[in-house]
Design a protein around this ligand. Structure first.
Ligand code: ZN
Length: 208
């Protein structure tokens, strides 16, 4: 069941080690009404394809030797309402710094268009709850963004597939760092809606 997706989880999970402390991150990739997700309680390189849990959009585990991440409600909540093929969640340092300040990531660099025109910040709710999922999905819909900061928690990024979701997580983390470092030296100007629109058109035509 979902063999290619479970292999993708095994292949990409180790990338979380560079992005998030300990075992605080998770990721998933979807096919139709099911998704393969990282298991809970094991290192990112400590499981294989058969261990990878397969979960329905109702949150039922239907395959896999190991239990899924505690953030299943956030993954099901996002897949049920957004057009997403994969999800990456981290506590990456710079994005989380913005999140604990309760600040969104504004468009100070054109690469933000990899995920939208800004990265909003969702209010706090305990991890692993439907309340958190609702806050995140609502902010992503309102901002038309493929990424969202989670107040006092971290970052979630969606993509059409797992490689793009992982890459866009790295972009957001880097931009959060650039933004916070730039603010040590001045007040960075924001790109205009029109300027961002031009970049979005270029990405759609030629790629990044
Ligand atoms: Zn988390």
């Amino acid at each position: 069941m979902l063999a290619p997706e479970r292999v993708a989880v095994v292949d990409h999970a180790p990338q979380l080690s560079d992005l998030t402390p300990g075992r605080t991150g998770n990721l998933s990739v979807r096919r139709d009404d099911r998704f393969a997700a990282t298991p809970t309680g094991v290192p990112y390189d400590g499981f294989d394809e058969e261990d990878v849990p397969v979960v329905t959009l109702d949150g039922d585990v239907v395959a896999g030797e190991m239990a899924p991440t505690s953030e299943v409600p956030m993954h099901t909540g996002i897949y049920r309402r957004l057009d997403a093929g994969a999800i990456v969640h981290t506590h990456s340092t710079w994005a989380t710094t913005l999140a604990v300040l309760g600040e969104e990531l504004p468009p100070i660099h054109y690469m933000i268009t990899a995920v939208g025109k800004r990265v909003p910040v969702a209010g706090y709710a305990p991890y692993g709850t439907d309340d958190l999922a609702e806050l995140v999905v609502s902010e992503m819909e309102a901002a038309d963004s493929r990424a969202c900061l989670l107040a006092h928690h971290g970052l979630v990024v969606v993509g059409e597939d797992l490689p793009s979701a992982v890459e866009n997580t790295m972009h957001v983390e880097n931009l959060a760092r650039v933004y916070l470092q730039a603010r040590q030296h001045g007040e960075p100007a924001e790109l205009t809606d029109e300027q961002l629109g031009v970049v979005q058109e270029k990405f759609e035509s030629y790629g990044q």
